[in-house]
Design a protein around this ligand. Structure first.
Ligand SMILES: Cc1cc2nc3c(=O)[nH]c(=O)nc-3n(C[C@H](O)[C@H](O)[C@H](O)COP(=O)(O)OP(=O)(O)OC[C@H]3O[C@@H](n4cnc5c(N)ncnc54)[C@H](O)[C@@H]3O)c2cc1C
Length: 486
């Protein structure tokens, strides 16, 4: 079988590893297409400043949980230290870890790396057999199976400022994009996500800014702090693969009532209430983070760790509910956990609060507009107005399929050939679960192409997480080995 992997970062590598670890035969040829010169790394872990830190603990990066300490142990063995103040690992170490693990796989004689961007894929179907033609600028090859793992697209441009002077469209690599900013500039950052925290940290450490950094964001100030939980969530979380398999053993779907009872019971058995954290902290203000830190709120800490575990299983759970139950679960229950997505690391929040108290940062909420003025500065309007000389965009990765297709030739071609179509409200790509095969009116379902990463997050729910990316890629590798007796 001839396989192409498009995009060689965490997902592409996890798929390659799964195929090779599970295969029983040698009837394989694997071509890997990667447009970056650095691999496997991807945008989150690419070469950059040591100030770019993971937004979760080192033992929350690896799937399955039996191997959760692999990255942590690798850091110890390789004398890599966590950041002494924020106690998180630099993200570039995760790329070093991946490169180390990938060496033996990419050296195999039937694995080829092609350091080029894929710009087009076509399908032809004869006797129910799909065959794919893949193109780069200079090359054209045919494959039986495509694993499309192109990951993060590009940063959204919510105020239509792309191309304006002093507008930094994407903050990464920090060491290139932010190094020339003048200490006397007034700086505004769009968003208060993990990327904004990277920017804040980099600027505070590497510059002597004379004016406060202005964060410009929506309703909420800064995602709530991640309070360290003093127990072990692994003893207390019960909605794992074994529970899912049991729930499905005699039934076509997971029963919604049983699911909710199980979550409620996990909380009540440990003396906590599922709704408490949401009702107390959903407004994500700095004052609420301050309160959680002062009180060392273990009820919030439990809910945060619970959500960290739930994230790994949520796609399996939600995709195995009846559609009507799925909607009820998403609308009425999931919010009690999912509002904790993107929470701010504990020590980072302490630095942010200190900077806020010392007036080194300011936050404008209820963002409405940003305009470029005639003197070249930016006018930001929200609950207050402010001017900035430099604007750094950390607003989030684009997942609207039309917008992605407008900018990326591969997706433009796939969309115009109707090999893919958008999921609900134009967002992401509609795929099956768990094979992640694209759906379309023209082809129905293309079974020999699987799409992972952010562009399928409406199906692979909450997969903006290294463990979810590994889980889906590994599973598809195993399915392929079984289906084709590889
Ligand atoms: C900025 C950022 C920070 C994050 N930090 C964390 C974190 O700290 N912890 C965590 O658990 N999760 C984090 N995540 C979630 C993250 O999505 C996953 O951890 C994971 O890295 C995604 O892997 P991927 O392989 O799907 O995509 P990516 O890492 O985006 O990799 C996609 C690869 O495909 C290549 N590619 C794209 N298009 C083409 C093409 N047409 N031809 C050839 N090659 C192509 C790219 O060059 C890239 O190497 C972060 C995400 C982002 C965006």
């Amino acid at each position: 079988m001839k396989i192409a992997i498009v995009g060689f970062a965490l997902s592409g590598f996890s798929f390659l590893k799964s195929i090779i670890d599970n295969k029983k035969n040698d009837n394989l040829e694997i071509d890997i297409y990667e447009k970056r010169s650095e691999y496997p790394a991807g945008l989150p872990y690419e070469d950059d400043s040591y100030d770019k830190l993971l937004n979760v603990d080192s033992d929350e990066m690896i799937y399955p949980k039996e191997n959760k300490d692999d990255f942590k142990d690798w850091m110890e063995d390789n004398n890599k230290k966590i950041d002494p103040i924020e106690k998180m690992a630099p993200r570039i170490y995760f790329a070093s870890f991946l490169k180390d693990k990938a060496k033996d796989y990419i050296d195999l004689p039937f694995v080829n790396i092609i350091n080029e961007e894929v710009t087009d894929i076509s399908v032809s179907i004869n006797d129910y057999k799909e065959s794919y033609e893949l193109r780069t600028k200079d090359k054209k090859s045919t494959y039986d199976f495509i694993f499309l793992a192109t990951g993060a697209s590009f940063y959204q441009d919510p105020y239509g400022l792309r191309g304006e002077d002093s507008y930094i469209e994407s903050p990464y690599p920090l060491k290139d994009k932010l190094k020339d900013i003048d200490d006397d500039s007034s700086i505004a950052v769009i968003g208060t996500s993990a990327a904004s925290t990277d920017v804040f940290r980099y600027l505070m450490k590497n510059k002597n800014l004379t004016k406060p950094i202005n964060f410009f964001t929506g309703e909420n100030e800064y995602k709530i702090v991640d309070i360290p939980y003093e127990g072990s969530i692994y003893d207390k979380y019960s909605l794992d693969d074994a529970w899912i398999n049991r729930a499905l053993s005699d039934n076509e779907f997971i029963n919604l009532d049983e699911l909710i009872d199980r979550i409620e019971k996990d909380f009540s058995d440990n003396g906590f209430d599922l709704r408490y954290a949401y009702n107390t902290y959903k407004d994500h203000s700095l004052d609420l983070s301050r309160k959680a830190i002062t009180e060392n709120d273990q009820a919030l800490a439990f809910c945060e760790d619970y959500f960290m575990q739930f994230t790994v299983y949520v796609a399996d759970i939600i995709n195995n509910l009846r559609p009507q139950d799925r909607q009820i679960f998403l609308n009425k229950y999931y919010k009690y956990l999912s509002f904790l997505g993107g929470k701010t690391p504990y020590k980072s929040m302490k630095l942010i609060l200190k900077a806020y108290d010392e007036r080194n940062i300011d936050i404008i909420t209820n963002s409405k507009s940003i305009e470029k003025t005639s003197n070249g500065s930016f006018l930001l309007k929200g609950d207050r107005s402010s001017y900035a000389d430099v604007l750094i965009n950390c607003s989030g990765i684009e997942t609207n399929l039309n917008k992605v297709a407008d900018k990326l030739p591969l997706y433009n071609n796939l969309l115009s050939k109707e090999m893919i179509m958008a999921d609900k409200d134009g967002e992401c790509i509609a795929v099956t679960w768990p094979r992640l095969n694209p759906l379309s009116k023209k082809y129905g379902c293309l079974r020999n192409i699987s799409i992972t990463g952010m562009m399928v997050t409406t199906t692979d729910i909450d997969n903006n997480d290294a463990r979810c990316i590994q889980k889906s890629a590994e599973r598809i590798g195993k399915i392929l080995v079984d289906d084709y007796n590889l």
